[in-house]
Design a protein around this ligand. Structure first.
Ligand code: ZN
Length: 403
């Protein structure tokens, strides 16, 4: 399949972060040419008055929970988890499949081309991924076997899942220990062992609430990241979600170990965590920061455009300084940084990259006026996911908004 995108405003996200007017030719899943292209293609998209950009990458969600939107609002994490675990115990694999289908539909409609997930029954979610054409980095959730509601041993289930999907084109299997308060040292180190054995990644909630940090320190005498370092769990294969309550010492540990971070500002604010992820200190210490929505129960949508805006605003307000974040920095989190964190050949519009592309209708009033110098600003601060006109994954149009 080939696609020629003509005359768009292209946000390349290349090394120079060039924004240019031009064409993109896509063939067999890859971007073949960017610039002034005159070739025939099976599909031609007239992108005049449209913004063409790399697909957004959501690095933390629980997509199967999308059909539970609105069931646990206005409570803190402790009550949230109590409600969720009670509800989830009632759910069957059919419910998980339908939840995943709904969430993936929402992501494709709002410009997300890849997502990182954490849940049990990821084999069912993998089915939904493959039917839709999105890319899924699916982390099979692991907790201690004494508390699991999964059938059998969660670690063994995760390993079976990784073995089954390790060479899949659209599904990249991860292992996902839930958190330090649901996984003991043995569970965590076994998860790491599995990740090493299959050369895959680990994703986990880390230092999300102040209570998590206090409880852990009371029990083990160390803060979560210090303890994870002590037991030998940290590595560049870890993508940690939330990472709100950290000291500078812990940030330096994360940096030394090459741990990647998924920042989830909307979920953190909705659950009233009080603090904010120390973004500025992370960037000063060269920690790779990406962006995630978390689930539709703690967000309550999966729109990465909205997530970008909240990420930018949160830190300006927190620091009493509007200059600490800017639109380009935040767009990097959701595109090129995330691709680098996941070792995915995407995240920018460049020749040879995977053709994961989003095209935004810039004729909508909230996208105007549009000039070269305000395009990135409009993407982060004024445009919503519902402005997306086309979503292309691996060179295939997987969503097109009609009308
Ligand atoms: Zn989460």
């Amino acid at each position: 399949m080939s696609i020629l995108i003509k005359n768009g405003w292209i946000i390349t996200q290349n090394e120079n972060r060039d924004v240019m007017r031009g064409d993109i030719y896509v063939e067999d899943g890859k971007i073949v040419e960017v610039g002034n292209v005159n070739v025939e293609a099976e599909h031609k998209i007239n992108a005049e008055n449209m913004i063409v950009m790399p697909g957004l990458i959501n690095t933390h969600t629980h997509v199967a929970m999308t059909d539970m939107r609105g069931i646990a609002d206005d409570v803190d994490l402790e009550d949230f988890l109590a409600i969720m675990w009670k509800e989830e115990a009632k759910r069957n694999r059919e419910d998980i499949y339908h939840g995943a289908k709904l969430g993936i539909e929402e992501m494709l409609r709002t410009g997300t081309t890849s997502f990182v997930d954490m849940y049990s029954d990821e084999d069912i979610i993998a089915k939904a991924v493959k039917e839709s054409g999105i890319r899924g980095f699916l982390g099979w959730a692991v907790v201690d076997k004494e508390i699991t509601t999964q059938e059998g041993n969660p670690i063994k289930n995760a390993e079976k899942f990784i073995r089954k999907f390790q060479n899949d084109k659209f599904v990249t299997p991860f292992i996902a220990p839930h958190a330090i308060y649901t996984c003991n040292e043995e569970t965590l180190l076994k998860s790491k062992e599995i990740a090493e054995k299959y050369g895959t990644m680990i994703t986990m909630h880390v230092s999300e609430t102040r209570k998590e940090v206090y409880d852990h320190r009371k029990k083990f005498g160390l803060r979560p990241v210090e303890w994870l370092e002590k037991i030998g769990f940290l590595s560049d294969k870890l993508l940690g979600a939330h990472m709100v309550w950290l000291t500078l010492h812990e940030i330096k540990i994360l940096s030394k170990r090459g741990v990647k971070v998924s920042h989830n500002p909307t979920s953190n604010m909705k659950l009233g965590h009080g603090g904010s992820m120390p973004l500025i200190e992370m960037l000063q210490n060269n920690v790779l920061v990406t962006l995630g929505t978390d689930s539709a129960v703690s967000n309550n949508n999966l729109d990465m455009f909205e997530e970008m805006k909240f990420a930018a605003l949160l830190h300006k307000n927190e620091r009493w300084d509007a200059s600490v974040t800017n639109a380009q920095m935040i767009l990097d989190f959701a595109t090129i940084n995330a691709a680098n964190a996941l070792n995915l050949n995407a995240g920018s519009i460049e020749e040879g990259k995977l053709a994961d592309i989003v095209i935004v209708d810039a004729t909508e009033p909230n996208a105007r006026p549009l000039r070269k110098d305000n395009i990135v600003s409009n993407i982060v601060y004024s445009i919503s996911g519902l402005n997306v006109k086309y979503t292309i994954v691996n060179g295939k149009i997987v969503f097109e908004r009609k009308g």
